[in-house]
Design a protein around this ligand. Structure first.
Ligand SMILES: [Ca+2]
Length: 405
């Protein structure tokens, strides 16, 4: 962690020199030295980050219930889900599953364990169902359904726990952990390759394990889940039918574009390359995103060959202290028209935020739009599609228009 802080401080100094304009208020978009095209292009940043709430303990995610309440729900790694209601953080958590999580999850800088994901059922307003993804006291992955309490919409019923999925983790890291409902109403789950380094067990390229994959589950059943009949590997012998996409190392946040249904998957790299994968709406699934044959577009193990895998649409290297991608969202809010349709993502170590758009030829271009200096543990959306950033240091911030801009 010490190394990380030193690198962060050095990076912040560099960024200040590059980024402050004559007005002092705007920052110039800097072309990325990675795979971005159009070097030299500059544009005024159309947003600023405004804190909306703070004091959270190791927050990892923010989302909404889709119930018209306007509330935000903040996931704390320790196991609590906090509620921001009418601009204030409620004193009581929505749910607290800290007793189900190993205390080791909270040791040191960041362990990749704990309460990692939260998604509300598309019909939450009617059924009160929501889903969490956490590592248990033994470090294994659990996805469970909970139900809101009968008499208090700001409290879940802790006794409502209904286990959905249990996956043994061979190593402490790479637990994935994200949950999101697709436009098809199915629950998508990210699972990392099981951990260690370099995928020693070959889980990324193994369809017989759930590790290293995105799962697609039908949770509109009384207990557990059902396999959607059109999942890509339901008829392949030896393959797990839950798998929707594979060849993934440790997807740390994926998102569906709420306007188009396109899927964006940010896969954390091994030592050198961080990547963004794109799956168009209407895909039949089954994409192999390459790990550990490739790290980004670069050969890692080399097997299988490039023709068998889907390359990322964007990647960046570990220069300037950057170390780990955090996937974001395509902006579909109303407050910042200039960001409409722009995919925003970030780096955990440096707080760099990129803005990415596809070109007419389908190739993607990303520019650094802000060096936030934040420890970007996640992005998130509210019901209206406005965008938020979660700072692991304890704050939730909203993307807002630049004052006077
Ligand atoms: Ca890949």
């Amino acid at each position: 962690m010490g190394d990380l802080l030193v690198r962060r401080a050095a990076m912040a100094a560099i960024v200040m020199a590059l980024a402050v304009t004559a007005t002092g208020a705007l920052i110039v978009w800097q072309s990325d030295a990675g795979r971005a095209r159009g070097a030299g292009e500059t544009q005024e940043v159309p947003y600023q980050l405004v804190p909306v709430a703070g004091g959270f303990s190791r927050p990892l995610y923010v989302t909404h219930a889709g119930d018209g309440s306007g509330r935000l729900f903040v996931v704390e790694q320790s196991g609590a889900i906090r509620v921001i209601k009418d601009g204030a953080v409620l004193s009581q958590p929505f749910l607290d599953v800290s007793g189900l999580i190993s205390r080791q999850a909270l040791e040191g800088n960041y362990t990749e364990r704990g309460l990692l994901g939260l998604a509300f059922h598309p019909s939450y307003a009617e059924n009160g169902w929501f889903y969490i993804n956490y590592t248990d006291v033994n470090g294994h992955s659990v996805v469970a359904r909970y139900t809101v309490s009968v008499d208090d919409p700001d409290r879940a019923d802790p006794a409502s726990a209904a286990p959905l999925l249990y996956v043994q983790q061979p190593y402490a890291n790479h637990n994935g952990g994200h949950l999101a409902f697709g436009p098809d109403g199915y629950l998508y789950v990210s699972l990392g390759d099981g951990g260690s380094g370099g995928d020693p067990d070959g889980n990324g390229q193994n369809l017989a394990t759930l590790l290293g994959s995105i799962l697609r589950l039908d949770v509109d059943v009384a207990d557990g889940y059902a396999i959607p009949a059109d999942n890509p590997f339901v008829d392949r012998e030896g393959a797990r039918p839950e798998i929707w996409a594979w060849g993934l190392r440790n997807v740390w946040r994926f998102s569906f574009d709420r306007a188009t249904g396109d899927l964006y998957l940010a896969d954390v790299g091994q030592n050198q390359w961080e990547e963004i994968n794109f799956q168009p709406a209407g895909s039949a699934g089954g994409e192999n995103y390459g790990w550990n044959a490739f790290e980004g577009t670069h050969v890692y193990s080399g097997q299988p060959a490039a023709s068998a895998v889907v390359a990322p649409v964007l990647e960046y290297g570990h220069s300037n202290g950057r170390c780990s991608v955090t996937g974001g969202y395509v902006y579909r809010g109303e407050r910042i028209p200039a960001l409409q349709g722009v995919y925003l993502y970030g780096d955990w170590c440096t707080g760099t935020i990129w803005s990415a758009t596809p070109g007419a030829d389908g190739s993607w271009q990303a520019v650094v739009s802000l060096e936030s200096g934040r420890s970007i543990s996640s992005f998130g959306e509210d019901e209206a599609g406005e965008l938020y950033l979660v700072d692991y240091g304890g704050a939730v911030l909203r993307f807002e228009p630049v004052a006077g801009g």
